[in-house]
Design a binder for this molecule. Structure first.
Ligand SMILES: *Cc1c(COP(=O)(O)O)cnc(C)c1O
Length: 366
């Protein structure tokens, strides 16, 4: 068996090469690369896919969250609740608008903010909560929402890992809070061929403001209503994303069949398999297992040619970049435990049955 990559886009991209090539030539021949018809078209398609009224393209997932916070007027002196266990972008967006990220511990089942630990972190300065749908599924969203609404917080979703996941059989991630940020980083379930991102929201005013904020705060050339930034989804990436969006549900289904094989096949008692929330479908962006013997486990995988990853080794409060939060080991025990024990297994469209079975057998022989 050759070594098995953690993620490999080869088969996915081979299958759509002609469609991508046509999209490239269309944009190339139109010679219009920023803020044109392709971006508008993709925004409409993505909004429709999510079920939200608006989708606004932007430069990447971090910018999507930053634009949302800026549009709601969140600023210096404000506090925004974030899970202690997430990719650092969630917290950085808060810092970029001058506000302070306040960590909340997660719960172990679905790796999302623990509703029981939210309220104690709310102060008179708290303006919003960012709910991260980590690894591909939605946590106890409604329970958190009730608490957040009681305190009149703005509810922001970070859906960067959850394109297409559905909550309580009706609403998609990206349509559960006031606004949601998406990333189209190449390795996400819906990935561009470079950087890209977008915001979804059903609030007209916020959508209009975000549209302007991402384009230097301007709607009409040289008329600037806000101090905006330059964060736009370019025509090339938008055209590629329109192609890929047509395949997303099928790709997600294939990810689901790989996950099912792992769930059924992995029987090693040293490995804790991921729990599925009955209230959410799972986009299986990351197949996340927990093991106490992580170092040895990873070495065993490596020795047998299986690549893996850790999402993520350090919780927000223990990053050097966030030393001003004065975080200590023990502050957020569940987040810290996940950071110490998590391993992400290979899972990508195009994994063969032989590869999947091989990974299972390597894990079971640990
Ligand atoms: C990928 C990711 C981001 C950042 O997206 P970029 O496009 O890389 O800026 C933010 N939050 C989460 C949870 C992510 O996985």
């Amino acid at each position: 068996m050759e070594s098995i990559a953690f993620a490999d886009l080869t088969k996915m991209h081979k299958e759509i090469e002609e469609e991508i090539s046509n999209a490239f030539h269309q944009v190339y021949n139109d010679n219009w690369f920023i803020q044109g018809e392709n971006c508008k078209k993709f925004e409409c398609e993505f909004a429709k896919y999510i079920g939200a009224k608006h989708s606004i393209g932007c430069g990447n997932g971090l910018d999507a969250l930053t634009l949302i916070l800026k549009a709601y007027g969140i600023k210096d002196g404000d506090e925004v609740l974030v899970p202690a266990h997430t990719y650092i972008a969630t917290a950085l967006a808060v810092s970029y608008v001058g506000a302070t990220p306040v960590c909340v511990d997660i719960e172990q089942d679905y790796f999302a903010i623990d509703p029981a630990k939210l309220e104690e972190k709310i102060t008179s300065r708290t303006k919003a909560a960012i709910m991260v749908h980590l690894y591909g599924q939605i946590g106890r969203f409604d329970e958190v929402k009730v608490i957040a609404q009681k305190h009149k917080l703005i509810i922001i979703e970070d859906s960067a890992q959850t394109h297409g996941a559905v909550y309580k059989k009706s609403l998609k991630a990206g349509h559960l809070g006031n606004a949601s940020g998406f990333s189209f980083y190449p390795g996400k379930n819906l990935g561009a061929l470079g950087d890209g991102g977008c915001v979804t929201t059903s609030e007209d005013e916020i959508a209009e403001k975000i549209h302007m904020l991402g384009n230097y705060g301007s709607e009409k050339r040289y008329v600037h209503r806000y101090k905006g930034l330059n964060s736009r989804l370019d025509e090339m990436q938008a055209a590629f994303l329109s192609v890929k969006l047509r395949h997303l549900d099928r790709w997600n289904m294939v990810r689901g069949t790989i996950a099912t094989k792992y769930l059924e096949g992995i029987s090693n008692t040293k490995v804790k398999l991921p729990s599925q929330n009955p209230d959410s479908t799972h986009a299986w962006h990351i197949f996340s297992i927990l093991t106490e013997d992580r170092q040895k486990f990873i070495e065993h995988l490596e020795k047998n040619g299986v690549q893996s990853n850790i999402h993520y080794p350090t919780p927000i409060h223990l990053h050097e970049a966030y030393r001003e939060l004065n975080g200590k080991v023990g502050d957020f025990p569940v987040a810290e435990l996940i950071c110490k024990t998590e391993v992400s297994l290979p899972l990508f469209y195009g994994m063969t049955a032989t590869q999947i079975d091989y990974v299972i057998s390597v894990i079971n022989s640990f």
